[in-house]
Ligand binder design. Structure first.
Ligand code: NAG
Ligand code: NAG
Ligand code: NAG
Length: 288
């Protein structure tokens, strides 16, 4: 496969406010660098270590960063791949916080009220293709797997293996599709109480700080861009050794049924239904 350009696309531009937010991060330092922290955070052993006091998490080997916004980014740039991460979101009153991972953003809420999962698809630097969902489980109670399958034909977002969104390559009708821009994976935890929860009506309750989101088990079967060359490899060879089948993977009929189930029961916003926003007509991919 040709990787024809090395434009870096920043997928996430969250609003960042200097504040006390804590992210705990498992054994991710093979794949990620910390880009923002309090300067005292450093890599240590198999994890990352901040100057925070010993905590249960630190004793269990999950490292803690303190005084953030917390942010880390992948060392590699990827062009196509099947990328999984397990996340456990900020529990309790997380109103005003946004936990972001790649093109997933999780908008926090008051205790007991649901998170919103916000997704967007960017190509040629432009997004405006939002879809939002509630989840069918409590994302703060345990780790769940959030995945992106990105190949030349489609982008599929999945949660615990259930597809929630498919963006097909519609270049044939003039819709740009991201295929020339290697991307880094950014993760962050930040304050966004001017818009995140009930449209900004509910503010962050700083008495609940520090806020903690946990990331673990990053897995990438992907094409990696490095010094002008592209190499496609797999960190998780399957027994069948069919490690690149993701490059042509599509939704089978069972997966399409599950996608419909999610969109019928859990989708709360779809730009493709927002006729007020697009009075001149919906974007062409919406009819595709
Ligand atoms: C928070 O909870 C309210 C009430 O259930 C809900 O309307 C809203 O969509 C939830 N999520 C966010 C991020 O505001
Ligand atoms: C699996 O595929 C890779 C790349 O095509 C190859 O290098 C490797 O030897 C294969 N492994 C086995 C067990 O066949
Ligand atoms: C490898 O993947 C292709 C495409 O998904 C599939 O058709 C084929 O049966 C797979 N081969 C094996 C040995 O699993």
């Amino acid at each position: 496969m040709a990787c024809s350009s090395s434009v870096k696309l920043m997928l996430l531009l969250p609003i960042l406010v200097s504040s006390l937010i804590v992210a705990t991060v498992g054994n991710l330092n093979q794949n990620f660098d910390i880009t923002w922290g309090d300067g005292r955070a450093r890599k240590h052993g198999r994890g990352w270590e901040g100057a925070a006091p010993e905590s249960d998490a630190a004793r269990r080997g999950v490292r803690r960063l303190t005084r953030l916004p917390a942010r880390f980014q992948s060392k590699n740039e990827y062009l196509f791949g099947k990328i999984d991460m397990q996340l456990k979101l900020v529990p309790g009153n997380s109103a005003g916080t946004v936990t972001a991972y790649y093109t997933f953003e999780f908008l926090g809420n008051l205790s007991g009220d649901p998170y919103i999962l916000h997704t967007n698809v960017f190509s040629q630097g432009k997004g405006n293709r939002e879809q939002q969902f509630y989840l069918w489980f409590d994302p703060t109670a345990d780790f769940h797997t959030y995945s992106i399958l990105w190949n030349p034909q489609r982008i599929i977002y999945s949660v615990d293996g259930t597809p929630i969104r498919e963006f097909k390559n519609s270049e044939s009708i003039g819709v740009p599709f991201p295929k020339n821009q290697p991307m880094r994976i950014y993760s962050s935890l930040c304050n966004a109480d001017d818009w995140a929860t009930r449209g900004g009506l509910v503010k962050t309750d700083w008495s609940q700080a520090p806020f903690t989101a946990s990331y673990r088990n990053f897995k990438a079967d992907a094409c990696t861009w490095s010094s002008g060359a592209c190499s496609c490899s797999s960190t998780t060879p399957s027994p069948s050794n069919n490690s690149s089948s993701w490059l042509s993977q599509e939704l089978d009929s069972a997966s399409q049924e599950r996608l419909k189930w999610v969109q019928k029961n859990y989708m709360i916003y779809n730009y493709c239904s927002d006729t007020k926003r697009f009075p001149q007509g919906l974007p062409p991919e919406c009819g595709a």
